[in-house]
Design a binder for this molecule. Structure first.
Ligand SMILES: Cc1cc2nc3c(=O)[nH]c(=O)nc-3n(C[C@H](O)[C@H](O)[C@H](O)COP(=O)(O)OP(=O)(O)OC[C@H]3O[C@@H](n4cnc5c(N)ncnc54)[C@H](O)[C@@H]3O)c2cc1C
Length: 354
């Protein structure tokens, strides 16, 4: 690993057009870099299947103090990114509800909330308790069996597919060039880049193929997309994150429906993006229990993706040699973390080009 700055053109080749690569590309183009993005398509793109929650408080888990701090820092940059993209419709909700199906589920949520309060992250979102009655007055379509939970005002969700399209069009308008191709190796990436270009490897899980030393593992997750029909109750105004029968399920609003997610388990095969029937069945059953009116929605997509994870839950964002920077390993929070990662990558690049 090298920290040595070197003289380079302000030219950047980004490998990977997921949320991380595109956000970095846009930040670099805005800072005056000549940027190209090379990408293998959305079939392998975790940010295409994702739910789009900007969870920071809601993603706080004991033992993950550093990850919580990083998420909170990145979430603070999101309003600026939305303004830069000039597309407020990317944001599908500005508040989240955490709801429990039983006393045991409520105890689990309390455990998470205690962790967040104990760490007192410097955040613009606020977390407060809500009763079952308050949940129903905020979201009348949720089940009357929910017994209470928390409300995070200021914890957003994003339409991830719209975001990817807007990042791409915003990048193109700022001068970013796009090439649809698979990069086979780091040598291949350097050949596709100019000799005085910097290369950013931001290929999500695919980064491990380009750099076998990068320690990534895949956490697979099933996720569903449902569309509202004319007989349906409207989607909730909040992101609804439920704990029910000891399992997590979330409902994330979209303009035309709801994204229901997501399972999480170690993928035995890093190419396995086929949803399993059991994961789909559990998600549907739990989501319908949380919001009975979901029964009349159309199930338009049952998908699965692979989260690019690291052992310590923190992304890898660092220079590995004079030509090359890596940004990967964003796990279950790549959308949350993208603006923070883009700032860090730009700082590393500017160090190299000074
Ligand atoms: C079910 C599910 C739900 C999720 N929900 C959320 C959520 O609500 N909020 C959140 O913040 N995060 C969520 N995530 C996590 C998030 O999707 C990832 O952390 C994020 O997408 C990582 O972004 P990335 O750009 O690094 O990788 P990706 O989005 O996977 O993009 C990598 C890109 O690189 C390209 N690529 C790969 N190899 C090559 C190659 N050799 N040459 C050229 N291109 C290549 C791929 O085609 C792809 O376009 C979820 C993930 C899953 C699976």
């Amino acid at each position: 690993m090298s920290d040595t700055p070197a003289q380079f053109d302000r030219a950047l080749t980004v490998v990977g057009g997921g949320v991380v690569g595109l956000t970095c590309a846009l930040a670099a183009a805005d800072a005056g870099w000549r940027v190209q993005v090379i990408d293998a398509g959305h079939d392998e793109r975790a940010s295409w299947v994702a739910g789009g929650m900007l969870g920071s408080l809601g993603e706080g888990h004991p033992g993950e103090e550093a990850a919580l701090a990083l998420s909170v820092e990145s979430v603070r940059r999101w309003p600026t990114l939305v303004k830069r993209l000039d597309d407020p419709a990317i944001v599908t909700a500005t508040d989240s509800l955490f709801v429990a199906g039983s006393a045991a589920d409520a105890a689990y949520l309390r455990h998470l909330a205690d962790f967040v309060w104990a760490n007192q992250p410097r955040t613009d979102a606020t977390l407060s308790t809500v009763t079952g009655r308050e949940i129903r007055s905020l979201e009348p379509s949720l089940s009357s069996r929910l017994i209470g939970g928390y409300r995070a005002v200021g914890e957003w969700s994003i339409d991830n597919r719209r975001l990817l399209a807007t990042l791409r069009s915003g990048g193109a308008a700022a001068g970013v060039r796009f090439t649809d191709a698979r990069v086979e190796s780091l040598t291949d990436a350097r050949e596709l880049a100019g000799p005085r270009d910097q290369v950013l490897l931001a290929a999500g899980l695919g980064t491990a193929t380009l750099l076998p030393d990068v320690p990534l593992h895949a956490a697979k997750g099933e996720i569903l997309r449902l569309r509202r029909t004319r007989w349906s109750v409207p989607p909730p105004g909040h992101v609804v994150r439920a704990r029910i029968h000891g399992r997590a399920v979330y409902l994330v609003p979209r303009a035309d429906g709801i994204v229901v997610g997501a399972t999480q388990y170690e993928a035995g095969d890093v190419h396995d993006r086929v949803p399993q029937a059991g994961g789909v069945a559990d998600l549907l059953a739990d989501a319908i229990e949380v919001m009975p009116g979901l029964r009349t929605y159309e199930l338009t997509e049952a998908g699965a993706g692979l989260r690019p994870c690291t052992a310590d839950g923190l992304p890898i964002v660092e220079r590995i040699d004079d030509h090359t920077v890596v940004a990967t390993g964003h796990g279950r929070n790549g959308i949350v973390l993208a603006p923070g990662t883009a700032d860090k990558v730009l700082g590393i690049l500017e160090g190299a080009s000074a």
